[in-house]
Design a protein. Structure first.
Lengths: 101, 103
């Protein structure tokens, strides 16, 4: 039996309320502009992946970052006028998320 | 850092996404093949290609079709990694144009 691989615990779990950070900096950013600063909830934990912000410039992508499927109400993203009950689903890395109430 | 030319989701001027099916031209399929071959050989990563397209001149980016942007980003990454030079690419292009005429 090999040694058990210890995975770093993800910071959030399904159902947790989160707020997307509003950062404006150069580089290759996977967090779309329209979702920055918005509040939603964790729909699913995708797992840990190499960091594209580093890979985009020839880096090794380490340390890996936890990627989440984050859900938002349409009205919270586009304004109250949007009557749709559909959700907006966006893949967002952990370092772009803060806990929210 | 302003909002990038690639990141226009939700902007009033962005327009609707064209979801109609369309046939790919031979050169577009070839562009995809070159892109995949470079990836399979560990020469470039998808994130580098995306970054190259984000760094492009905004007017040029907007003028190009999807696969034209792919070709432009492949070219800039190959030059950045010193695998090809701009001169080598231009020379080959001139060769093709004298053989087959301008596109």
């Amino acid at each position: 039996m090999g040694r058990a691989v210890k995975l770093p615990a993800s910071k959030f779990k399904a159902g947790d309320r989160v707020r997307v950070k509003f950062e404006d900096r150069p580089g290759h950013i996977r967090t779309p502009w329209y979702i920055r600063g918005k509040t939603g909830w964790i729909e699913r934990v995708h797992g840990d992946f190499l960091n594209p912000e580093s890979l985009a410039f020839g880096g090794d992508g380490l340390p890996k970052r936890t990627l989440y499927l984050v859900a938002f109400n349409q009205s919270d993203v586009w304004g109250k006028a949007v009557g749709s009950k559909d959700k907006v689903l966006v893949d967002i890395y952990e370092h772009w998320l803060s806990p929210a109430v | 850092m302003a909002r990038g030319h690639h990141d226009i989701g939700g902007l009033p001027g962005a327009g609707k996404i064209d979801q109609t099916e369309h046939e790919l031209s031979d050169w577009e399929i070839l562009a995809d093949a070159v892109n995949q071959a470079l990836g399979a050989n560990g020469i470039k990563r998808t994130d580098e290609m995306r970054r190259a397209r984000e760094e492009m001149d905004s007017a040029a980016y907007r003028d190009m079709t999807y696969y034209e942007r792919w070709i432009a980003s492949i070219e800039s990454i190959l030059i950045e990694k010193k695998i090809l030079t701009k001169e080598e690419i231009d020379r080959k292009l001139a060769e093709f144009e004298s053989k087959w005429g301008e596109p």
